[in-house]
Design a protein around this ligand. Sequence first.
Ligand code: GCO
Ligand code: MG
Length: 454
Amino acid sequence: MNSRRDLLKAMALLPLAACTRELNQLNGGESQSGPQSPLGWMPPGEELNLQKVKIKKVRAITTAPYGIGLVIVKVETDVPGLYGVGCATFTQRVKPVVAAINEYLDEFCRDKDASRIEDIWQTAYVSSYWRNGPVLNNALSGLDQALWDIKGKLAGMPVYQLLGGKVRFAVDTYSHASGPTPEKVMEHVERLREMGFRNIRMQMGGYGSTHLVTDPPYKRHGFGKEKDHTMSAQAYKNGVVDMFKLARKRYGDDIELLHDMHERVEPMDAIDLIKRLEEYRPFFIEDPFSPENMGWFPMLREQCAVPIAMGELLNNPHEWVDPMAKRWYDFIRIHISQIGGITPAMKVARLGEWFNVRTAWHGPGDTSPVGHAANAHIDLAVWNFGIQECKLFREEAFEVFPGTPTVENGYMFVNEAPGLGIDIDEEKAAKYPLRDYNYEWTQVRKPDGTPVRP
Ligand code: GCO
Ligand code: MG
């Protein structure tokens, strides 16, 4: 094979798996025996001008293979079979994101040169004049991730290679254990340890342990809704301390323990709880404060040395640039589609390097498998990677999204194929239509009925 172009011509005749392996070996990718998704894009026999590939269509695809509403962007190009996929999932507001993609970004991107990711990102970002909101950022993210997918396919290498190559063999992750009591949480912790997880986030009941409050006064007075959740800061804090105490007693230091406060208590209660947890050496405590209460961080930092993670609710650079530069937290937890995709997320990661803020991208169920792939490609390529939240996907997700990253012994592996290594099977996706969004989990009150940030 004396030139890439000869190889590409030859590959047109090879079954996909073989060509992906060929291409990977040529580009230093590791060919894994793992699943290789059908990413064939080579138009048989045609000379492909790798320089100028035009965007032909930008469209949103919605699906809910595991119940949570997901939004995927597909960017189709003028090269037959060459397209990219990206995650635009804002599950609480799917419809406006779909409209932003189909009604605005599609027309905006028509006939643009797909290789110009930064230019398209910057011009799309300001095309609405008002910017940095969750709806438009998610739409932009889907487009952005899909353009990186296309660039990887054109280059014949996984996106992590375009981002600088691997700094580690795989992505270390944490998984979620929960239960109504500390003992029940430990049972779940044990199951995850048996699966090889070394880092485990523990939650007693849902966020804020609202199951501990059964008959709040406001409901007795007919205030709020019957299904509203109720927070008791004291009951919650005591439960979390008991949970950590039991975990350390049972596992000693042979486990990393994480917890998400999910901005549920008053700032001083948050500081109090974190100080009480210090002796149990948490790996990190997440979202002690809401983004509206960022100003409380200096007080927390002065009082204890517990690592802090923050950021899933952030949309605007003002919310992370200064706090990272002031070292107010140790892990940045951004939901990368909420800020506009891989392009801005790489800038956040690079910024963190100078202030030793490590990445811990948001990665629960309302990050689609495509979003998990995007997270993982960045995680493999940035020096200041901290940890990755992982979702244990059920088979429906792999069915709809061939090439979904896999997890072994708590390590996440991307599919070593060109681009993001993941695809969406639209026929299968259509089998899982969106369900109505359930607002209830966000409806949280204090015993007197005062609404609480969820
Ligand atoms: C996490 C998050 C999620 C969010 C959810 C909102 O740390 O994983 O806090 O559980 O609550 O993504 O839709
Ligand atoms: Mg969280």
